[in-house]
Design a protein around this ligand. Structure first.
Ligand SMILES: Cc1cc2nc3c(=O)[nH]c(=O)nc-3n(C[C@H](O)[C@H](O)[C@H](O)COP(=O)(O)OP(=O)(O)OC[C@H]3O[C@@H](n4cnc5c(N)ncnc54)[C@H](O)[C@@H]3O)c2cc1C
Ligand SMILES: NC(=O)c1ccc[n+]([C@@H]2O[C@H](COP(=O)([O-])OP(=O)(O)OC[C@H]3O[C@@H](n4cnc5c(N)ncnc54)[C@H](O)[C@@H]3O)[C@@H](O)[C@H]2O)c1
Length: 477
C-alpha cells in the first residue's frame, strides 16, 4: 500500500555523480525533478572514492618524489604526516562528510531533494521510505532514472563479519596511518590504497586471491606493479585464500592458504593493526524492487538496457549499477545521454540535440588506476581482443628505453592492441608517470577508430612520455 501519489516530470533515484548530473540538468531546464538520496548527495566519488583517494595518493606521491632526490639532486629527508592529508580530505574535500553544499547545488537549480530509500512501485512510479520515517510516492510523467551505484562487497570469510575491518569508506576517513595494514583484494581500490598507506610508513601486505594484481589490466601492468610494490617494501601475496579472520584489541589475524605449483597449498598466518577489505562491489539493485516496475531481474547481473540506457519506456538505469564499468566518467557519460533523451522526449530540446549526444557506446571507455606508475588503459586488452575473435597485432615499448623515460628514471610501458583487419587500435595501455594523461591520445585513437597508418605519420614531440607511442606503433607485429 502506498499513500497519495504526487505527479512530477522526472524522479532520479540515487544522487551519485550520474544521478546528480542528470537531475541537475533537467531541473535547470525547468522540469519538475525529484532527486532521491538515502546517504550523501554526490555519492561514493566525492566522499569515499575518487576525490579523497586521489588526495591521499597525491600526498603519498609527493613523499615518494621527495625520496627520489638522492641520485638526482642531493639529499632529502622526509617526515610523513598523515594528518595533513586527512585534514585536507575532511575539510577541503568532504566538508566532514556533509553534503549540504551538494544538496544546495541541486535545489538551487529548482530540484527537490527527498532524503530516503527509493524503490519502484510501478513502471514509472517511485515510493520513498524517508530517512525521517515517512513515506512518499511519486509518479513520473516523463522518466524515472535509477542510479543506485554499489556498496563495498564483503566476502564470506569465516570470522570476518562483525570485526571492525575497513572498507574504502573507513580507510578514507582515517585520521592516522596505521602501523600495519592488510589489504584484502588487489583490484584498483586495494592497489591504490595499499601504495598510498605504505608511502606514509604503514607496513602493508596485499592479499590477492588471483594470480595477479589489477587483473582487469594487461598482465604486463600486473607484473610491473607487483615488482614496484615489492621494491617499495609492500608484501604481495598472490593466489592466496583467506580461510579465517579473527580480531583482538591489538590486531587482525588472517589464516591464509597460498596455492603453490608444487607441494600443495602453503598455510600461513598474518597479523596487522588494520584490515582493509577491497574485494569488489555489491549490487544495490535488490532494494529497487525492479519487478514492481515490470523489469525481470536474475538477482545477479544488471538487466539489459537499450542504447539510451532504458530498461523500458522512460525507465533508465545508469552508472556503476548498469554494469558497463565502475567509473565516475562513465556515470556522467550515461547522464548526458539520458538527459538529452528525456529533454528531446519533453520537446525542450529537439531530436537533433538528442542525436548529438548519441547512444551509449562502450568501445573506448578509458580507465586509470592511480598507482605509481599510473596504469592508463582504454578499450580492450590483448586477451579480450583475441577472445572476441579479432585478428590481433600488438606493439609494446618499454618506457625506460625512451629518452624521457631514461632521463626521468621511469618505469612503465606503452602497449597497443590493433585489429589488423581494420587497421585500427581497439585497445591500448599507457603505464608510467602520468600514464593517465598519456592515455588521452590513445583514447582518441580508439574512440575515433583512427587508422594506424595515420597515427604512424603523426609527429610526436621530443622528449615526451607520449613519444613512446611512436615506438610501440613501430613494434606492431
Ligand atoms: C576508493 C574508490 C576510488 C575510486 N576512484 C575512482 C577514480 O579515480 N576514477 C573513477 O572514475 N572512478 C573511481 N571510483 C569509482 C566511482 O566512485 C564510481 O564509479 C562513481 O561513484 C559511480 O557513480 P554512481 O553515480 O554510479 O554511483 P554512486 O557514486 O555509488 O552513487 C549512488 C548513490 O545512490 C544512492 N542510493 C543507492 N540506492 C538508493 C536507493 N534505493 N534510494 C536512494 N538512494 C540510493 C547511494 O547512497 C549513492 O549516494 C572509485 C571508487 C572507490 C570506492
Ligand atoms: N581509479 C579508478 O578509476 C578506480 C579506483 C578504485 C576503484 N574503481 C572502481 O571501483 C570498482 C571496485 O574496485 P575494487 O578494487 O574493489 O574491485 P575489483 O573487483 O576490481 O577488484 C577486487 C579484487 O579482489 C579480489 N578478491 C575477491 N575476493 C577476494 C578475497 N576473498 N580475497 C582476496 N582477494 C579477493 C578479486 O579477485 C579482484 O581481483 C572497480 O570496478 C573500479 O572500476 C576505480
Amino acid at each position: 500500500m502506498t499513500g497519495p501519489v504526487e505527479t512530477v516530470d522526472v524522479v532520479v533515484v540515487g544522487m551519485g555523480p550520474g544521478g546528480e548530473a542528470v537531475a541537475g540538468e533537467l531541473a535547470a531546464a525547468s522540469l519538475s525533478v525529484v532527486g532521491v538520496e538515502s546517504r550523501l548527495v554526490g555519492g561514493e566519488c566525492p566522499y569515499y572514492g575518487c576525490v579523497p583517494s586521489k588526495m591521499l595518493i597525491r600526498a603519498a606521491d609527493a613523499l615518494a618524489e621527495a625520496r627520489r632526490v638522492p641520485g638526482l639532486a642531493g639529499d632529502s629527508s622526509v617526515a610523513p604526516d598523515f594528518s595533513v592529508a586527512a585534514r585536507r580530505i575532511r575539510e577541503e574535500a568532504t566538508d566532514n562528510w556533509d553534503d549540504a553544499a551538494a544538496a544546495k547545488r541541486f535545489t538551487g537549480k529548482g530540484g527537490r531533494l527527498v532524503r530516503g530509500t527509493g524503490r519502484l512501485s510501478g513502471p514509472r512510479q517511485v515510493t520513498v521510505a524517508g530517512n525521517d520515517g515517512g513515506e512518499a510516492t511519486f509518479s513520473a510523467r516523463l522518466a524515472v532514472v535509477l542510479n543506485p551505484g554499489t556498496n563495498p562487497a564483503v566476502p564470506p570469510v569465516p570470522g570476518l563479519a562483525g570485526t571492525p575491518f575497513w572498507t574504502n569508506r573507513e580507510a578514507l576517513r582515517a585520521e592516522e596511518a596505521p602501523e600495519s595494514l592488510i589489504v584484502l583484494g588487489g583490484g584498483p581500490i586495494g592497489a591504490e590504497l595499499a601504495q598510498a598507506f605504505a608511502r606514509f610508513g604503514t607496513r602493508v601486505t596485499v592479499v590477492a586471491r588471483g594470480p595477479r594484481l589489477v587483473p582487469r589490466e594487461e598482465p604486463e601492468a600486473s607484473e610491473l606493479l607487483a615488482e614496484v610494490f615489492r621494491g617499495e617494501g609492500i608484501d604481495v601475496l598472490l593466489n592466496t585464500n583467506t580461510t579465517a579472520v579473527s580480531h583482538s584489541p591489538e590486531a587482525f589475524t588472517l589464516e591464509l592458504s597460498t596455492d603453490t605449483d608444487d607441494a600443495g597449498p602453503h598455510l600461513s598466518r598474518l597479523s596487522a593493526a588494520k584490515l582493509l577489505v577491497a574485494t569488489g562491489r555489491s549490487s544495490t539493485l535488490g532494494a529497487l524492487t525492479l519487478d514492481a516496475g515490470g523489469i525481470a531481474w536474475d538477482g545477479r547481473n544488471p538487466p539489459a538496457v537499450d542504447g539510451h540506457l532504458q530498461l523500458s519506456d522512460g525507465l533508465y538505469l545508469i552508472g556503476d549499477a548498469a554494469g558497463a564499468g565502475a567509473f565516475t566518467h562513465l556515470s556522467m557519460y550515461h547522464a548526458n545521454i539520458v538527459a538529452g533523451h528525456i529533454l528531446a522526449r519533453h520537446g525542450a530540446e529537439g531530436d537533433a540535440a538528442d542525436s548529438d549526444r548519441g547512444t551509449a557506446d562502450s568501445h573506448a571507455v578509458p580507465r586509470v588506476t592511480f598507482t605509481d606508475p599510473e596504469i592508463g588503459a582504454v578499450g580492450m586488452t590483448e586477451r579480450q581482443a583475441r577472445d572476441s575473435g579479432l585478428t590481433v597485432r600488438t606493439g609494446f615499448t618499454d618506457l625506460a628505453g625512451s629518452t624521457r623515460g631514461w632521463i626521468h628514471q621511469a618505469v612503465g610501458f606503452i602497449k597497443l592492441v590493433e585489429d589488423s583487419g581494420s587497421g585500427t587500435l581497439v585497445g591500448a595501455a599507457a603505464v608510467g608517470p602520468s600514464g593517465g594523461e598519456v592515455l588521452s591520445m590513445l583514447t582518441l585513437a580508439v574512440h575515433a577508430r583512427m587508422p594506424v597508418a595515420t597515427l604512424k605519420r603523426m609527429i610526436y614531440a621530443y622528449p615526451t612520455f607520449h613519444r613512446a607511442v611512436e615506438s610501440a606503433l613501430a613494434d606492431l607485429h
